[in-house]
Design a protein around this ligand. Structure first.
Ligand SMILES: *[C@@H]1O[C@H](CO)[C@@H](O)[C@H](O)[C@H]1NC(C)=O
Ligand SMILES: *[C@@H]1O[C@H](CO)[C@@H](O)[C@H](O)[C@H]1NC(C)=O
Ligand SMILES: *[C@@H]1O[C@H](CO)[C@@H](O)[C@H](O)[C@H]1NC(C)=O
Ligand SMILES: *[C@@H]1O[C@H](CO)[C@@H](O)[C@H](O)[C@H]1NC(C)=O
Ligand SMILES: *[C@@H]1O[C@H](CO)[C@@H](O)[C@H](O)[C@H]1NC(C)=O
Ligand SMILES: *[C@@H]1O[C@H](CO)[C@@H](O)[C@H](O)[C@H]1NC(C)=O
Ligand SMILES: *[C@@H]1O[C@H](CO)[C@@H](O)[C@H](O)[C@H]1NC(C)=O
Ligand SMILES: *[C@@H]1O[C@H](CO)[C@@H](O)[C@H](O)[C@H]1NC(C)=O
Ligand SMILES: *[C@@H]1O[C@H](CO)[C@@H](O)[C@H](O)[C@H]1NC(C)=O
Length: 456
């Protein structure tokens, strides 16, 4: 089945243009109303609760539709933040249904349907959403179902398992999980970033130092392999046959976001250590410098010529959400983070004047006008940004000792598939678009995606 935009969007005009802003974020009530409308428009892309459809996923994965499996997991994280910050529980039931439907037979977010493009990052995004649910006391599943904290631990444990670690490049996780997948020979920042982020959060939530040790080790490896350089620029990754020295220097905002949030948790977990304050501050500075020109979110690798893939069109929203949560964990940076997010969000909502209903959001926030593009990513970005304006100290993530009620299992994930057997080779379709950021395929075109441009 090919992707078809919802009826609502079918009449999207080709031309971009300046129209009067329809959304306001001037007051708390305005923010909630705007977030509710943007959330509703986002949910029009979700068909998983209709008969015959698969719960949890956006239309896809390609070629069946535009969206890879991971983006569904990322979207439910956006919806959990929407609920925790606005109090609107309209979408809680479909969120729970989705997060439980996709756990897979090992209850570790490795459902066999998506093996052919299963990366540590893809699994990691679902795991981070389960963690978010635990940290915000999102309503717990019935007791005969897997629990949020245990799901996050299962993802972490499968990734900490010896069979996902080897000595190539002196350590670190590979991108893909099954060795027959395209991209198994690539080690990258986002796969290790999701693992780092989960480790930092599990350490703070449970108080178990083992998780923090993994987070520390991952950060040190990222610096030593050069994926995070001395100026705290984060690059995409490198291949094991080159000892990861063939670094693809493309920079994506979700890498900065995922490490920045993890560093915030480590700062908080270590009771405000100087080491993590310094790491956090330097990465924060680099993030604003590279991805927030004039304090407005900008996807530097692809935005100027609009060569962003569907994946890349969703990164800004995660960065906004993760920076907002970081602001609650690292008080010395709270004011400056919130100031940047405010300016960026004002620009974001000014793009929401498109589509048949006149309020569909675009991607080029700095142009402060609708740019003619639309999709779940564009809506998710603005929803993440607008909801995040409601962040308060009270919305800081809870822990096991400060009210968290989710039940954990330190041994979760022990029944997982280790992919040691013969794996069916991916089909042509799967190969064409393995997983997050088809970037590896673009690897040759370091930093420039110009060849993908349609010239429009
Ligand atoms: C699916 O969920 C959306 C959002 O809550 C809702 O509007 C829609 O009616 C649901 N569809 C079905 C078939 O339940
Ligand atoms: C969610 O599900 C519960 C239990 O099935 C039901 O009582 C409740 O009305 C549902 N809420 C919404 C908003 O659909
Ligand atoms: C896997 O695919 C089958 C067949 O399309 C579908 O019924 C099932 O819900 C899918 N499971 C998941 C976890 O996506
Ligand atoms: C701490 O986490 C490690 C790694 O998952 C686990 O092996 C250990 O059992 C945990 N300790 C406790 C006290 O839960
Ligand atoms: C591979 O790179 C690491 C630094 O990341 C270096 O310490 C190691 O010596 C290199 N190994 C080889 C075989 O070149
Ligand atoms: C943080 O401080 C608390 C209370 O003093 C202490 O119990 C805990 O061990 C400290 N955590 C770390 C990682 O040092
Ligand atoms: C950790 O986060 C909590 C919750 O926001 C905050 O109250 C506390 O001050 C933070 N700890 C440090 C050391 O900044
Ligand atoms: C971040 O940049 C500001 C402004 O240039 C500078 O004053 C500050 O020292 C930097 N922070 C860190 C941790 O390097
Ligand atoms: C918090 O952790 C302790 C020690 O692992 C455990 O006994 C307790 O049940 C946990 N609390 C919750 C709400 O899971």
């Amino acid at each position: 089945m090919l992707f078809s935009a919802s009826r609502l969007l079918a009449a999207v005009v080709a031309g971009a243009g300046v129209a009067d802003a329809v959304f306001s974020i001037a007051t708390t009530d305005d923010i909630k109303k705007t977030a509710a409308d943007v959330a509703w428009d986002l949910m029009q892309y979700y068909k998983g609760n209709e008969s015959g459809q698969t719960p949890g996923i956006l239309p896809g994965p390609p070629p069946a539709g535009d969206y890879y499996w991971w983006e569904g997991g990322a979207m439910w994280g956006t919806m959990i933040d929407y609920w925790r910050l606005t109090g609107d529980d309209t979408y809680n039931n479909i969120t729970t249904q989705s997060l439980l439907w996709q756990v897979g037979p090992g209850q570790d977010y490795m459902p066999p349907n998506y093996t052919a493009s299963l990366g540590n990052d893809d699994q990691g995004f679902w795991g981070m959403t389960a963690m978010l649910a635990a940290e915000n006391n999102f309503p717990n599943p019935p007791s005969d179902q897997p629990q949020w904290l245990a799901l996050a631990q299962a993802v972490f444990n499968t990734q900490a398992s010896p069979d996902r670690h080897d000595d190539t490049c002196n350590g670190g996780l590979r991108w893909q999980i099954p060795l027959s997948n395209n991209g198994y020979n690539y080690k990258n920042s986002i796969a290790n970033g999701c693992f780092f982020n989960l480790g930092a959060r599990l350490a703070r939530y449970t108080g178990n130092q083992t998780y923090a040790d993994w987070a520390e080790k991952t950060w040190v490896w990222m610096r030593s392999v050069g994926f995070m350089d001395d100026n705290y620029n984060i690059y995409d990754g490198g291949h094991v046959e080159h000892n990861c020295t063939d670094i693809n220097k493309a920079q994506f905002s979700y890498n900065n976001g995922v490490y920045l949030l993890g560093a915030a948790y480590m700062y908080n977990y270590t009771n405000g250590s100087d080491v993590w304050l310094d790491r956090f501050g330097k990465l924060y500075n680099a993030t604003v410098k590279v991805f927030f020109p004039n304090n407005i979110a900008f996807e530097v690798a692809c935005e100027e010529h609009m060569t962003c893939t569907t994946d890349m069109l969703s990164f800004k929203g995660y960065v906004h959400r993760w920076m907002a949560t970081a602001s609650t964990l690292v008080p010395p940076y709270k004011d400056q983070i919130l100031a940047v997010l405010q300016t960026s969000t004002e620009a974001a909502v000014s793009t929401c004047t498109g589509g048949a209903n006149g309020r569909i959001c675009g991607f080029k926030w700095s142009s402060k006008a609708y740019d003619g593009t639309y999709g779940a990513g564009q809506q998710m970005n603005v929803l993440g940004a607008v909801s995040s304006l409601l962040i308060t100290h009270e919305a800081a993530p809870v822990t096991n000792t400060t009210g968290g009620t989710s039940k954990g299992d330190p041994n979760a994930g022990s029944k997982s598939d280790h992919f040691t057997g013969v794996v069916t080779p991916p089909t042509a379709g799967d190969k064409a678009g393995a997983s997050i950021v088809t970037l590896v395929i673009l690897g040759a075109a370091v930093g420039t995606f110009g060849w993908m441009s349609t010239g429009s």
